[in-house]
Design a protein around this ligand. Sequence first.
Ligand code: SF4
Length: 266
Amino acid sequence: MSTALNHRTLHNAAHGDSAPPAVTDRAAPPSQEFLDELAAASASLEGSTPEEIMRWAHETYAPQLAMGTAFGPEGCLLLSMLPQQAPDTYVFNLETGYQFQQTLDLRDRFAEKYGVEVDLLKPELSVPEYEALHDGPLYKTNPTQCCFDRKIRVLQKAAEGRRAWIVGLRRDQGPTRANTPIVGWDKKFGLVKIAPLAASTKNKVWSRIIKEDVPYNPLHDQGYPSIGCWPCTQKAGADGDERDGRWAGTGKTECGLHTEQDGSGI
Ligand code: SF4
């Protein structure tokens, strides 16, 4: 995949000069020209393979490129491509302290099979400290605040010094993700967000995982379509929204990482 857009073009469009990007640039709203460039890049990548999109991301943003993963099937597939398509990309997982052991075990499986090291990023407070502070588990009474404290704050720190991140979003994961661009501006974190699997489908992702023997979370075989923290994950019917099993009964379907709202209480 070739595109006229490159790292310098996008940076200049965003900031109007040739200086290296600064962390403080993240606080500045991007120019309309920059957003237009991203939209053009996204349109030009429609129809490209995930590998081509990852190579573009690497050519455009490395070494200030990162990837976040919760070890969902999409993240697992992207991790399997990473050494070939976007080598040396910094990868992190938001380790809230509430993840399933089966999820955490995937970190070692990817290190062994692909040599990919996933950094487990933790909040400042341990689970016992956090629950003591709030007189019990906050996920029971205020899951939005819990997600903010244990995921979003941590990612805000991880975003410092980065310019772009790769995510495993797909448009067919549910209504909240239906308009996901391949390349877009993530205003919450001040990063370009790249979704190589945006136009892919659940079936295509799983076909490749099985065919290419990519490690995946064994909980999927036990009826969990979408896996996050254990207190907020339940089994869900196979015909429903893939994220129905997350925060079941609360109306919440996103942790806030991939929604547009800013600030506390999202
Ligand atoms: S998914 Fe649940 S336990 Fe995990 S951070 Fe969000 S509210 Fe807390």
